[in-house]
Design a protein. Structure first.
Length: 252
């Protein structure tokens, strides 16, 4: 069936952009959802919006780059669900600068949130994914992982590492009943890209390079993530689905 009924799912960075759209999509497909965000007011507001739509999900105040917060999320899963069917490592951050202009603190922040945190959270939650016997991890990467798109070198480095993390864990965890895949979006309407999307001079060549002649909607990424979470994609693991409106195949 094309649904996620009776599935338990954790979405990091779940109040905005692709994470928010994924929470909504998962709930519409029948999953039980817990999501994380760093801002308590954002969580409260989203929970109210979900309730108004007759959905119920739990938001946890958590910074996935902090070990204590990852442990708190793990403790919640252990107490309430005992197992985890779906993990979406979506939380991300970027600072766009020239390579020589990054401070060490900025570099560490970008690498930690985009690369180290997904690895550590996946490892922490592995025992609960094993209990699912049919679990899936979906990492939200970026087209910046495979070509230069002007996002800044540290972000590109982190997302490229996330793709290799995806491939390596897919092989290592296959016999544990855990599939691991990635989705690489092109420019998508999210708070992370909001400023750039408003700059017409910078966006015009991006749109012209994209055969579909538009940026993506967050819900379009959520649909891909949902497919990878379903049993309908049961023979797919270690893959990176590039969702870029054809940009990466457009040589001219």
């Amino acid at each position: 069936m094309w649904n996620l009924e009776n599935k338990t799912a954790l979405v990091t960075g779940g109040t905005k952009g692709i994470g928010r759209a994924t929470v909504l999509e998962f709930l519409s497909l029948g999953a039980k959802v817990v999501f994380t965000a760093r801002n308590e007011s954002d969580i409260d507001q989203f929970e109210k919006e979900l309730k108004a739509q007759n959905y119920q999900a739990t938001g946890l105040v958590s910074d996935v780059s902090v070990a204590e917060d990852r442990q708190a999320v793990t403790d919640w899963i252990s107490e309430h669900w005992k197992k985890l069917d779906i993990l979406v490592n979506n939380a991300g951050v970027n600072i766009r600068k020239k390579a020589m202009n990054y401070s060490e603190e900025e570099l560490q922040k970008i690498l930690t949130i985009n690369l180290y945190a997904p690895f550590e959270l996946s490892r922490k939650l592995q025992p609960f994914l094993i209990k699912s016997e049919n679990a899936t991890v979906i990492n939200v990467a970026s087209v910046a992982a495979i070509q230069d798109v002007g996002t800044g070198t540290p972000y590109a480095m982190a997302k490229a590492g996330l793709l290799q993390q995806t491939r390596s864990l897919a092989v290592e965890w296959a016999d544990l009943g855990i599939r691991v895949n990635a989705v690489s979006p092109w420019f998508t309407k999210t708070p992370l890209t909001e400023g750039l999307l408003g700059e017409e001079k910078r966006m015009r060549p991006i749109i012209e390079r994209t055969p579909l002649k538009r940026v993506a909607e967050a819900k379009e990424m959520a649909s891909i993530i949902s497919f990878l979470a379903m049993e309908k994609s049961s023979y797919i693991t270690g893959q990176n689905i590039i969702a870029d409106g054809g940009m990466s195949i457009n040589a001219i």
